[in-house]
Design a protein around this ligand. Structure first.
Ligand code: 13P
Length: 258
């Protein structure tokens, strides 16, 4: 559907972040169910399994339109980086996207904006689409700091980053207080934050890049609330945790509004 100015609208992206769930057999079964579901042609789907299941899920997704994603990537290609995963390793198993700066990485494992920025740069260098996750905690929201936190995380995460085109990079707004809590942001809160992020991007990059870049919402998205969230003009997709672990609920999410 053309938007104002004749620019084509952004292709919705429905992404499942499986976090630290699923053994290989479970991951293969879930990925197969999603591949078998007929996915409307006007949207993209991505699955981010745990590292141990990447290769197996990659084989299940091969030849389908569903993209493989990873949950993090190191800024180095190889070497003494125990516990990290190289962008070359992700390429090797067929990854196309990678989640970066997820709030669980930031808040449980102490990842800084500077580390996230190095990961974003590495992902782009190796042709992986970074999904840069940003979002405020409940304390930050209640003390009126939501927008300054989003601005800091966005500007630092994208420091010296030049996406070649609007679809080279994805931003995910995930308010920390909405993750895994069953407490979704209201559609007004989501739209307000997404609009703010797009406006910042428009100041950082050429306007058409900001217009084309997808901004996903994440935080207790489920089959009941996905339609209303996706009805918001600046919500271009969903990054789904818990509800992506069951085939029926994720397939319903993929079929939002259809
Ligand atoms: P939930 O959907 O379980 O709230 O998780 C959201 C999330 O963190 C996706 O990255």
């Amino acid at each position: 559907m053309p938007e104002e100015g004749g620019i084509m609208s952004r292709r919705p992206l429905l992404a499942g972040n499986w976090k630290m769930h699923m053994n290989i057999a479970e991951a293969e079964a879930l990925a197969s169910a999603i591949v078998r579901a007929s996915i409307p042609e006007d949207r993209d789907v991505m699955l981010a399994p745990p590292y141990t299941a990447l290769a197996a899920v990659g084989r299940v997704l091969a030849g389908s339109s569903v993209m493989l994603g990873a949950q993090n990537v190191c800024w180095e290609e190889k070497g003494a980086f125990t516990g990290e995963i190289s962008p070359l390793m992700l390429q090797d198993v067929g990854c196309r996207m990678v989640l970066l700066g997820h709030s669980e990485r930031r808040h449980i494992f102490g990842e800084t904006d500077e580390m996230v920025n190095k990961r974003v740069a590495a992902a782009l260098r190796f042709g992986l689409v970074p999904v840069l996750c940003i979002g405020e905690t409940l304390d930050e929201r209640e003390s009126g700091h939501t927008f300054s936190v989003l601005e800091r995380q966005l500007r630092s995460g994208l420091k010296d980053i030049n996406p070649g085109a609007g679809n080279d990079l994805v931003v995910a707004y995930e308010p920390v207080w909405a993750i895994g809590t069953g407490k979704t942001a209201s559609i007004e809160q989501a739209q307000e934050a997404h609009f703010f992020v797009r406006d910042l991007l428009a100041g950082m990059y050429e306007k058409n890049i900001a217009t084309q870049m997808r901004i996903l919402y994440g935080g207790s998205v489920n089959s009941d609330n996905v339609d209303s969230l996706m009805s918001q003009p600046d919500v271009d997709g969903a990054l789904v945790g818990g509800a992506a672990l069951k085939a029926d609920s994720f397939i319903r999410i993929i079929h939002f509004n259809s």
